[in-house]
Design a protein around this ligand. Structure first.
Ligand SMILES: *[C@@H]1O[C@H](CO)[C@@H](O)[C@H](O)[C@H]1NC(C)=O
Ligand SMILES: *[C@@H]1O[C@H](CO)[C@@H](O)[C@H](O)[C@H]1NC(C)=O
Ligand SMILES: *[C@@H]1O[C@H](CO)[C@@H](O)[C@H](O)[C@H]1NC(C)=O
Ligand SMILES: *[C@@H]1O[C@H](CO)[C@@H](O)[C@H](O)[C@H]1NC(C)=O
Length: 238
């Protein structure tokens, strides 16, 4: 009996010792994020595309500003600029070449720079061979309607500094009341700490409207060649 108890205590100690604590990454950085998205679009049906974002990610001021390309498998590519201001609750979608700009409610959920307390550690791993970089994999769930999306997210961060480098999501987003099945994955690259030129990324062009648009349908929201952009929880690295 006593022996069993000791065994149990020892076992618990081992479990506790190996338990990883969720960590926080940098609050302001520049980075590229290459991603893929697959979704069953309510209007166009199943589709997939590649995305690439490069820009400034500022969790302190709750702002994200980046250039983004969306590339379909047939080669069609759209380049836009996004400025997302979570403090104010809106975002701008900008097509510089057409002097086109939309102001609309910011896409949720708001990205955070920490692995949330409810995340479960799933494994540790080396990237780039046994002398490579040591990393941790975490997972947690979004639940609708508490969260604006529903599903499971997997996040990978380097063990030494909690810099994120890989993320994947499988679940649903909601377009009004419509459940849109989607999967997305992304990988961070060329991350540098700090935002040397915030104006270049966060200054709203003068041709942008001051009023939020009230577009209801996807056609109204679309500029020439502008894809459906409702999947923008892409800076969700944690
Ligand atoms: C390429 O695919 C996109 C998305 O399905 C579509 O909107 C576009 O019209 C296609 N372009 C061509 C040239 O086929
Ligand atoms: C971002 O896009 C703008 C055009 O909208 C371009 O002038 C600028 O050079 C781009 N920046 C980078 C780093 O690609
Ligand atoms: C886990 O935490 C995230 C971030 O705070 C939250 O959005 C999500 O709803 C939580 N998941 C569950 C199952 O409570
Ligand atoms: C990443 O950084 C390297 C070194 O500065 C540069 O040569 C490369 O073009 C960058 N890659 C991307 C995708 O921006």
């Amino acid at each position: 009996m006593m022996f069993k108890k000791i065994m149990l205590v020892a076992l618990l100690a081992v479990v506790t010792a190996s338990a990883k604590k969720p960590c926080c990454g940098p609050k302001q950085f520049m980075a590229g994020n290459g991603g893929t998205v697959g979704q069953v679009d309510p209007d166009s049906g199943p589709q997939g595309f590649f995305t690439y974002q490069y820009g400034a990610f500022d969790y302190t001021n709750r702002m994200f500003g980046y250039n983004m390309s969306v590339t379909y498998p047939n080669g069609t590519q759209t380049n836009i600029k996004l400025i997302q201001k979570y403090g104010q609750g809106y975002q701008y979608i900008i097509l510089e070449e057409f002097q086109y700009c939309q102001k609309q409610p910011v896409t949720k959920p708001e990205p955070i720079n920490c692995i949330p307390a409810n995340a479960t550690w799933t494994s540790s791993l080396f990237i780039g061979g046994s002398k490579g970089l040591y990393a941790d994999s975490w997972t947690y769930n979004f639940v609708y309607p508490k969260d604006p999306i529903e599903g499971v997210i997997v996040i990978q961060v380097f063990e030494s500094n909690c810099y994120p480098f890989g993320t994947a999501f499988i679940g649903d987003r909601f377009q009004g009341q419509t459940r849109v099945p989607m999967t997305s994955s992304g990988g961070l690259l060329n991350m540098t700490i700090g935002i040397p030129d915030p104006d270049a990324w966060f200054t709203v062009p003068s041709f942008c409207p001051t009023e939020m648009n009230t577009f209801k349908t996807r056609e109204e929201r679309s500029a020439p060649n502008l894809p459906n952009l409702d999947f923008f929880h892409l800076p969700q690295f944690y």
